[in-house]
Design a protein. Structure first.
Length: 39
């Protein structure tokens, strides 16, 4: 919990956005991989 206190809200927001983007990209890549395996 110390990270949220030391880091400004803007930085934490950026980190959350980047993490969300990374997870969505990974999900997209896995979906494409499954589609390629099926076809």
């Amino acid at each position: 919990m110390t990270l949220s206190v030391t880091a400004p809200s803007g930085a934490t927001h950026q980190m959350a956005d980047a993490w969300r983007r990374q997870t969505s990209l990974r999900r997209l890549y896995t979906a494409i991989g499954v589609g390629l395996l099926i076809t």
